[in-house]
Design a protein around this ligand. Structure first.
Ligand SMILES: NC(=O)c1ccc[n+]([C@@H]2O[C@H](COP(=O)([O-])OP(=O)(O)OC[C@H]3O[C@@H](n4cnc5c(N)ncnc54)[C@H](OP(=O)(O)O)[C@@H]3O)[C@@H](O)[C@H]2O)c1
Length: 261
């Protein structure tokens, strides 16, 4: 059977994808760190649609051996993948010098290493892969002082999947999604509220992002920026001299810090 792989399925955006895919009748292979959360989500997805199959396997994405174990679990269940939705990611926000060594590596491994190496492994299986969706971020469009590493990891994903798209042309549709604010965890909801009108205009629900993303990949769109205001912002960022936009970002982003859990 051909499955849809979703990383970060237990988070806000991942769950929205999982629910939408279940409603569409896609068989699902979901992953996140907590088996307990995955089992609860599996139950919910099966109650949404009894006719689908759901495999739920926990994986610490920073750990290469655990990633191998994840793929072995898929093999053991005879799972082949036709669609990959990379959602897992962590967002640490602080001055770079304030990071611990472990958190630097952690963020790079989850956001970049795991996403790209899983893509490689899944493509190498020769399975009937048709679509790859990756949740990057608007934060990767321009360098962001005080959010520098997150911004760099998301910029790397956008660059990588845009290139890969051309290499896979005619065989696999590849879409990279650059959301603005998405109210998922309580700290993100608070950040969006603190941004006032800007936050209100930029914010799009996880359900909106998931729905637009699946439509975009079916249409083989390279980049999706969910929401009119975010597309406008993207345009403004592209035409504003970098020195000016970075001064603005540094002033704004210096004010808040956040660690990954
Ligand atoms: N929310 C926003 O405003 C926003 C905007 C732009 C882009 N994004 C991107 O969208 C994605 C999802 O964001 P979200 O707001 O839904 O975040 P979230 O609710 O925190 O979900 C993150 C997901 O990633 C998983 N994850 C984190 N670290 C992991 C690790 N080491 N190994 C395995 N899984 C791990 C989490 O698993 P657990 O449940 O086990 O923790 C969870 O399922 C991220 O890539 C984020 O960068 C978010």
């Amino acid at each position: 059977m051909a499955y849809t792989f979703i990383s970060g399925a237990t988070g806000g955006i991942g769950k929205a994808f999982a629910r939408l895919c279940a409603e569409k009748g896609y068989d699902l292979f979901i992953t996140g760190r907590s088996q307990e959360k995955l089992d609860a989500l599996k139950k919910e997805l099966l109650s949404l649609n009894r006719s689908i199959a759901v495999e739920a396997v926990a994986c610490q994405l920073t750990d290469e051996q655990d990633r191998e174990r994840l793929l072995a679990a898929a093999d053991a269940a005879d799972v082949k993948f036709e669609r990959v939705i990379h959602v897992a990611g962590v967002d640490i926000q602080k001055a770079f010098e304030e990071y611990t060594k472990e958190k630097v590596i952690f963020q790079i491994r989850v956001n970049v290493e795991a996403t790209i190496s899983l893509t490689h492994a899944l493509l190498k299986r020769g399975a009937p892969m048709k679509e790859i969706v990756t949740i990057s971020s608007m934060s990767g469009v321009t360098p962001m002082p005080y959010f520098a590493l997150y911004s760099a990891t998301k910029g790397a994903l956008t660059s990588f999947f845009t290139s890969l798209r051309l290499e896979l042309k005619g065989r696999v549709k590849v879409t990279t999604v650059l959301p603005g604010g998405v109210p998922t965890r309580p700290d993100i909801v608070k950040d969006i509220e603190n941004q006032g009108l800007w936050g209100k205009l930029s914010a799009k629900s996880p359900e909106y992002v998931a729905k637009k993303s699946l439509k975009a990949v079916q249409r083989n769109k390279a980049i999706l920026i969910p929401g009119f205001f975010n597309r406008f912002l993207y345009f403004v960022m592209k035409i504003t001299p970098r020195a000016i936009s970075m001064r603005f970002i540094a002033r704004r982003w210096k004010k808040q810090t956040k660690d990954a859990f």
